[in-house]
Write a protein that binds this ligand. Structure first.
Ligand code: NAD
Ligand code: TYD
Length: 363
């Protein structure tokens, strides 16, 4: 039983952050890593190429909402720690179609918790002490900060604005309830906006990089004044390992890179890196492709995270600045057309999402 805490189940490990976590945990010596992923539109096994054949790693295609299959997996693999990332993750898609967000993020998390609690209750007391359920969540559950002041801390009350953030708030509350009511040993983390390699090109940074190199408009919602607090995904993966392994049971940790930028600053920074790395043949700047478009409904003005607690208690620090992380990210997309080209051609070609106040059916 000595290695129980190194027998880890990651859910959503074929996604952007989950794949970074899987690559990181396999490299850092997890004795067994199981990746359970349904392979929705954003799940991609090509992101796991470098660890696919590692003897300690196993991919399982499956749904967190399939309680019996999850329970079989937990038993069969003698899992000691669960890191739960599987989710619907894109705010714009949640505006167009909230149903799948409630289904996956709330009901799916409930079914995963149910399987986990059944399994936990079968463990001996030594194994129960080592067991953890880590829920990976977002700072968006805290809602909207004014542009000029304020910062999210572990004490900030929940106030989600979008169907996505409301569904993540719901799953956070379920995880806390399973701790308080049933004694499941949980930890939670809420992170700011991530960016980096293998990011599905529906989110701002990869969308802008790819639109830029394809000569298409760079869509900036509203006037580009909204602020996000950016964190390089590999820094997040290291933080998640710290929380999973050493987080205090029942506690929440906020994770962020102390890198607030307006959206317009982000887009202009991408253009500046591209101007240097891949100058346009006509000598112009990629900035000329920027186009201000209709704003997102319910658009939160600003997110900003105070990561002091995880820095102080778990000794984690972001290693990348926004400038170094962004340059790495742009270089990665320029080098890895083999990864993104099939996604642009077959899964999502960059059209505007989340614009509608259109009638939303509950189906
Ligand atoms: P992503 O969309 O890239 O990946 C989600 C993964 O979950 C995909 O591989 C998908 O196939 C899988 N999945 C979806 N439904 C599933 C189901 N029912 N069963 C099993 N697998 C399923 O998302 P991401 O950006 O990597 O985000 C991962 C987690 O981190 C999410 O919980 C998200 O809320 C949270 N988060 C994301 C950010 C961010 O900036 N991207 C910031 C903070 C927190
Ligand atoms: P996004 O990457 O969708 O993350 P989130 O909504 O979870 O913060 O968007 C980041 C910011 O960029 C957000 O304020 C919306 C804005 N945005 C644009 O201006 N243009 C775009 O094409 C997209 C996708 C987002």
């Amino acid at each position: 039983m000595a290695d129980l805490e190194q027998r880890i189940l990651v859910t959503g490990g074929a996604g952007f952050i989950g794949s970074a976590v899987c690559r990181h945990l396999v490299r850092s010596g997890a004795s067994r890593l199981i990746n359970l992923d349904k392979l929705t539109y954003s799940g991609n096994l090509h992101s796991l190429h470098e660890i696919a054949d590692h003897p300690n790693y196993r991919f399982v295609e499956g749904d967190i909402g399939d309680e019996e299959a999850v329970l079989d997996l937990l038993r069969g693999e003698r899992i000691g720690r669960i890191m739960h990332l599987a989710a619907e993750s894109h705010v714009d898609r949640s505006i167009d179609g909230p149903a799948i967000f409630l289904e996956t993020n709330i009901v799916g998390t409930f079914r995963l918790l149910s399987a986990t609690l059944r399994y936990f209750r079968e463990l001996d007391s030594y194994s129960q002490q080592a067991f953890r359920f880590h829920h990976v969540s977002t700072d968006e559950v805290f809602g909207d900060l004014p542009l000029e002041s304020g910062v999210f801390t572990e004490e900030t009350p929940y106030s989600p604005s979008s169907p996505y953030s409301a569904s993540k708030a719901g799953s956070d509350h379920l995880v806390k309830a399973w701790h308080h009511t049933y004694g499941l040993p949980v930890v939670l983390s809420n992170c700011s906006n991530n960016y980096g390699p293998y990011h599905f090109p529906e989110k701002l940074i990869p969308l802008v990089i790819l639109n830029a190199v394809e000569g298409r408009p760079l869509p900036v919602y509203g006037r580009g004044a909204n602020i996000r607090d950016w964190l390089y995904v590999e820094d997040h993966a290291r933080a998640l390992e710290r929380v999973l392994m050493d987080g205090r049971v029942g506690d929440t940790y906020l994770i962020g890179g102390r890198s607030e930028r307006t959206n317009l600053q982000v887009v202009e920074a991408i253009c500046a890196v591209l101007d240097e790395r891949r100058p346009k043949p006509d000598g112009g700047s990629y900035k000329d492709q920027i186009e201000f478009v209709a704003d997102r409904p319910g658009h939160d003005r600003r997110y900003a995270v105070d990561p002091s607690k995880i820095e102080r208690e778990l000794g984690w620090r972001a290693e990348e600045s926004f400038e170094t992380g962004l340059a790495k990210t742009v270089d990665w997309y320029l080098a890895r057309e083999d990864w993104w080209r099939p996604l642009r051609e077959q899964r999502y070609s960059g059209e505007r999402l989340g614009r509608s106040g259109a009638a939303i059916s509950s189906g």
